[in-house]
Design a protein around this ligand. Structure first.
Ligand code: TPP
Ligand code: SF4
Ligand code: MG
Length: 286
């Protein structure tokens, strides 16, 4: 987190915009948005310092519901846009928000590079394991057997494991939350935003209309064990790869220099070296 925090604490409701969410009643995304309002208030983030970058999808509409600067970007391009904003003005509080389709399908190629670069912003995936906005096609996190318009005989593809993927790619903060547990989710998002570096949070956020998992998810939920060592990549993998339970909480958290800090160092060195000598460059090719 890098924002200069003002003294005044806005109430969670002050982050609401005049746009009313048009999500279906019961959509998990309401819970994520409510948690976000609470976190912004708890951290005293001022709207003028905040940029919410979202993808395309039901989840992508989130940037329109938070009083801040916002960028409802192109499908799958949350991460490069957020990285550009953060690089242009590192003092801004940047939050990336998108869906499982946006982040892991069309946008999947950006994830490893954001994770290894370690820019200082949080990326929240609202994972409903379907393409909600386009009427419930299967997504990279749909379970085998998921039946929908595009998979009338059931999904035959193995779902990917977002947590294991992000741990492998070198994200410095990896956690998982559930939209139906708002208190825990608020605490998790708060920790992600406070983390200095790239913080990834997979939020299970059911799509009540096209993939209603409200009955099957809760019995499988478990907290990350209190004695879990968040600095151990091996332990984080173990937790991410378990198949019987869905763990909620922080899986992995380590510290590494951020991309912005690295870029600032490079700029300093380049400025000290001065502009390149054109005559020397020409001499090389003459
Ligand atoms: C380049 C491009 N391809 C396809 C689409 C159509 N499209 C819009 S949203 C979406 C998928 C959204 O799924 P997800 O990211 O999981 O968001 P959700 O609606 O589930 O929150 C697709 C394929 C698009 N808008 N742009
Ligand atoms: S279609 Fe699904 S994801 Fe979209 S608003 Fe409705 S419940 Fe939510
Ligand atoms: Mg989705």
């Amino acid at each position: 987190m890098s924002t200069v925090v003002d003294e005044r604490q806005p109430a969670p409701s002050e982050y609401k915009t005049d746009e009313h969410p048009i999500w279906c009643p019961g959509c998990g995304d309401f819970g994520v948005l409510a948690s976000l309002y609470n976190v912004l208030s708890a951290l005293r983030v001022q709207s003028k310092d905040l940029v919410v970058v979202s993808g395309i999808g039901c989840s992508g509409r989130t940037s329109g519901f938070i009083k801040s600067y916002g960028f409802h970007s192109v499908h799958g391009r949350v991460l490069p846009v957020a990285l550009g904003v953060k690089l242009a003005n590192p003092s801004l509080q940047v939050i990336g928000v998108g869906g499982d389709g946006d982040g892991f399908a069309i946008g999947g190629g950006h994830i490893p590079h954001a994770a290894r670069r370690n820019p200082d912003f949080a990326y929240l995936i609202m994972d409903n394991a379907t393409y909600g906005l386009t009427k419930g096609q299967y997504s990279p996190t749909s379970q085998v057997g998921f039946q929908a318009g595009s998979t009338p005989y059931g999904n035959i593809e193995q779902p990917l494991n977002p947590l294991a993927m992000l741990i492998a790619y070198g994200a410095t903060f990896v956690g998982q939350g559930y939209s139906g547990k708002p208190r825990e989710l608020t605490e998790l998002i708060k920790r992600a935003i406070e983390h200095k570096g790239f913080a990834f949070v997979n939020i299970i956020s059911p799509c009540i209309t096209f993939y209603n998992t409200y009955k099957v998810i809760p019995p499988r939920l478990a907290e990350v064990p209190t004695d879990h060592d968040v600095t151990s990549q091996a332990k984080a993998f173990e937790l991410a790869l378990q198949t019987d339970r869905i763990a909620l909480g922080v899986f992995y958290q380590v510290s590494r220099p951020t991309f912005e800090d690295g870029v600032a160092e490079v700029i300093k060195k380049a400025q000290a070296a001065g502009p390149p000598r054109l005559d020397e460059i020409f001499a090389e090719f003459s």
